[in-house]
Write a protein that binds this ligand. Structure first.
Ligand code: NAD
Ligand code: AKB
Length: 315
């Protein structure tokens, strides 16, 4: 990676990834783009361009103008919103991905896009879900993600495009709120713990899903992109995870730091149905053996850091 274009850069992942990439590769070497602008520092600390990823010509023009050699494609609708707006999700998640792959093919760029635990479905083995297994999701987001994985592999095999991806679990962070996912409860619970001392979960007790802290997700993206290509048997996409938790487990970890924290439930059937179709825990062995994936934060360490960062931001 030398000159990197990031789409959807103002989102939960991009807003932190761009900061980290600019620290490593230099501010001028990371072109942040999004459909919208904001007062976020990444719109001022280096190149920032408005870009709708469904506009292929605009994407090509920006990528060529900045002479990028890497595309990190993040713009997408997440699972809960995609289920509410399936047509928009198809057009954005698949159309944007196709445009980003085509731009990368024409300019010979290395390519990264995230997949998700949402690429699995009800018939996938739920516990220790293998890297290579049944993927028959029953959500629009899942259909987009598994199609995206196949499309990225297709571009690798057909055109030799260096495509790489990660199947992210729910990502937990304190800088930018998540944007319409099923796992968002696992972020909201920390904000609520600090501001109110209680949280009403829309995800049911005993619903285990994989999660990971944002610093581990950012490191994983960079380490996968920098990994020696000859070591990769898989490409699109690698299972990665740091923990498998349900709301009670997070609440217990919060109570270690903030005794008296209260958790109750008002389950949202729509988001619960999505959660029920996903694995309880996924197996990241392929990522570990092929490029050395390692998550540094477990539930305890993440909870300590989340609460201390959010408390500081409150003051
Ligand atoms: P997000 O919703 O926080 O951010 C998405 C960004 O895309 C937003 O800033 C939005 O303005 C932008 N966007 C929307 N439509 C656009 C368009 N037409 N053109 C350009 N930009 C547009 O999402 P995120 O959490 O940062 O996720 C990024 C990627 O990672 C997605 O592919 C998502 O599926 C994947 N992922 C995220 C998680 C997670 O927990 N955050 C987990 C698994 C996979
Ligand atoms: C979502 O819940 O949609 C995302 C994801 C796991 O893909 N956080």
């Amino acid at each position: 990676m030398n000159k990197i274009l990031v789409t959807g850069a103002l989102g939960q992942i991009g807003s932190e990834l761009v900061v980290k990439l600019r620290e490593i590769y230099g501010a001028d070497h990371v072109v942040a783009t999004d459909l919208r602008s904001s007062a976020h520092e990444i719109t001022r600390s280096g190149p920032f361009e408005l870009l709708d990823v469904t506009n292929d010509k605009a994407m090509f023009e920006i990528a060529k103008r900045y002479e990028v050699d890497t595309v990190i494609h993040l713009a997408a609708l997440l699972s809960a919103t995609a289920e509410e707006k399936p047509l928009l999700a198809w057009n954005l998640n698949m159309g944007g991905l196709m445009n980003a792959l085509e731009v990368s093919r024409e300019l010979g760029c290395q390519f990264f896009t995230p997949s998700s635990i949402g690429s699995f479905g009800p018939s996938t083995p739920k516990v220790n879900t293998p890297q290579d297994t049944i993927q028959r999701p029953n959500t629009m987001y899942g259909v987009n993600k598994v199609s995206g994985e196949l499309l990225c592999d297709y571009y690798f095999h057909k055109y030799g495009l260096d495509t790489r991806g990660l199947r992210f679990p729910g990502l937990i962070s304190y800088m930018t709120p998540p944007g319409g996912g099923t796992t968002d409860y696992a972020v909201e619970i920390y904000y609520a713990a600090v501001t109110a001392g209680w949280y009403t979960s829309y995800i049911a007790k005993d619903s285990n899903m994989d999660m990971m802290y944002m610093p581990d997700a950012l490191t994983a993206i960079i380490e996968l992109m920098e990994a020696d290509s000859s070591r990769l048997t898989h490409r699109n996409s690698f299972n990665v995870t740091a923990m498998s938790v349900d709301p009670e487990a997070i609440a217990a970890a919060i109570r270690d730091e903030l005794p008296g924290f209260i958790l109750d439930y008002d389950v949202d059937p729509k988001r619960q149905a999505i959660a029920d179709s996903w694995p309880h825990s996924i197996d990241a062995t392929a990522a570990k053996t092929e490029w050395g994936f390692h998550a540094r934060y477990d539930l305890k360490a993440m909870t300590k850091d989340m609460l201390s960062q959010l408390s500081e931001r409150q003051m």
